[in-house]
Design a protein around this ligand. Structure first.
Ligand code: FAD
Length: 388
């Protein structure tokens, strides 16, 4: 059993790994290049969704994570967790049949999802544009404040003995004779470990590449708009069904700028009394500057579904980089050819949702326990590249 563990990366994934490993009795050091929670995990929404996961394995991961999160809400300090469910709404009649099919498939996977005909969707969401033809509702979906969540996980672990090293970039994995034995910091300091978990989001490929592991994770940029406090448009999360089509790269019948920037409505009311509006999906490198044209497209898209938002005030915009993988599933895995090395990265738009289940799986892999779910679909070796 690995007793000393180094976790590289203090985003939501590294934080959850640190929490679960510490809770299981491991001696954990979390190493973060900048500040805990300062990466993509604070440049995102706080949706904890199962409704947007592919029916089957993906949605089971989502459900498991929701269950673990509900337990964490009793253990950690307040991180603005609540579970009001979430809605997907259709833009046009073309989307109604696919939305119906999606509902059925999710229901067969055991999710508490219902299809809402036109009248019912407008009864529940009275601010919606009158021509929205249908929707779906998932009762298990939840929401939280991502930064408070990350900080809560790390604070809990730190109070129980985990060591947290921020502003300590890892320069390299310490890999002598084919086994990873810890990390070397940019300062030159060595941190020894029986197990090293790389949870560095979009930086993960560069850290494992010197070991011959080619990891196809790419940054997929997403923008968000933050409103001022004031009128809100309901208490539950609302996304357009096209969000799924955009996430999974499917063709949509939408204006060209919406298509170009991968824009789909995401409305997220926060407990602070304002709301967030998203989102976009682009492969444009590692630039996190807000692009006014993308922001305008998101705002126009929001008005298509919520005409009443025209009077809302925007206080700021920001963008983050989702760690994308080609098959839309994260890598949560031992590196089969490299003893001592584990990878937990590539959660794209689902890292907040899947952090808890990821932490649980990493705990079980590192400590040699049986995992609650079959994790073969998350294996590093599935891409068939490099050492794993
Ligand atoms: C606009 C937008 C909206 C989103 N909305 C949602 C949502 O509603 N629900 C959801 O589930 N997901 C959402 N996501 C996705 C989610 O934010 C990510 O999946 C998640 O934050 C990834 O977490 P991570 O820990 O892997 O990466 P990060 O949060 O980026 O953490 C990686 C950490 O590793 C550190 N690091 C990098 N290199 C090194 C090094 N050499 N040494 C030490 N540390 C290093 C970085 O500094 C960083 O802090 C959204 C993303 C975006 C962009």
């Amino acid at each position: 059993m690995a007793s000393r563990v180094v976790v590289v990366g203090g985003g939501v994934i590294g934080a959850a790994c640190t929490y679960f490993l510490t809770a299981a009795g491991a001696e954990v050091t979390l190493v973060e290049a900048q500040v805990v929670g300062g990466g993509t995990s604070s440049r995102c929404d706080g949706n904890v969704l199962a409704i947007d996961k592919s029916p089957g394995f993906d949605s089971q991961l989502g459900l498991r994570s929701q269950k673990l999160l509900a337990e964490l809400a009793h253990v950690l300090g307040d991180f603005e967790y609540r579970s009001p469910g979430s809605y997907l709404v259709c833009d046009n009649d073309d989307e109604v049949e696919p939305a119906h099919t999606w509902t059925e498939a999710l229901r067969e996977s055991g999710l508490p999802v219902e299809f809402l005909e036109r009248e019912e969707v407008h009864r529940r969401l009275p601010d919606l544009a009158a021509d929205v033809p249908a929707g779906l509702y998932c009762a298990s979906d939840a929401t939280l404040n991502p930064l408070l969540y990350v900080q809560g996980l790390v604070a809990w672990a730190r109070e129980r003995g985990a060591s947290v090293r921020d502003r300590s970039p890892v320069a390299a994995l310490d890999a002598s004779d084919g086994r990873v034995r810890g990390v070397v910091l940019a300062s030159g300091e060595h941190l020894a470990a029986d197990a090293t978990v790389v949870a560095a989001g979009i930086a993960t490929p560069a850290l494992v590449a010197p070991l011959g592991i080619e990891l196809p994770i790419r940054p997929r940029k997403g923008h968000l708009i933050v409103s001022a406090r004031g009128r809100r448009f309901g208490d539950a999360k609302v996304m357009e069904f096209g969000y799924l089509m955009s996430k999974f790269g499917l063709e949509r019948r939408v204006p060209p700028d919406v298509e170009r920037y991968g824009v789909a409505l995401v409305y997220e009311p926060t407990r602070a009394g304002n709301f967030l509006l998203g989102s976009s999906r682009e492969f444009v490198g590692e630039d996190t500057e807000s692009d006014p044209e993308v922001v305008r497209t998101i705002a126009r898209r929001a008005l298509r579904f919520y005409p009443g938002m025209r009077a809302a005030t925007v206080v700021r915009t920001y963008a983050g980089l989702r760690p994308w993988t080609p098959d839309h599933l994260p890598v949560v895995s031992a590196a089969e050819g490299v003893p001592g090395l584990f990878v937990a990265a590539g959660h794209e738009g689902d890292g907040i949702s899947l952090a808890a289940v990821t932490g649980e799986i990493v705990r079980d892999l590192v400590l040699g326990r049986e995992t609650a779910l079959d994790v073969a679909p998350l294996r590093l070796g599935r891409f068939g590249l490099g050492a794993a």
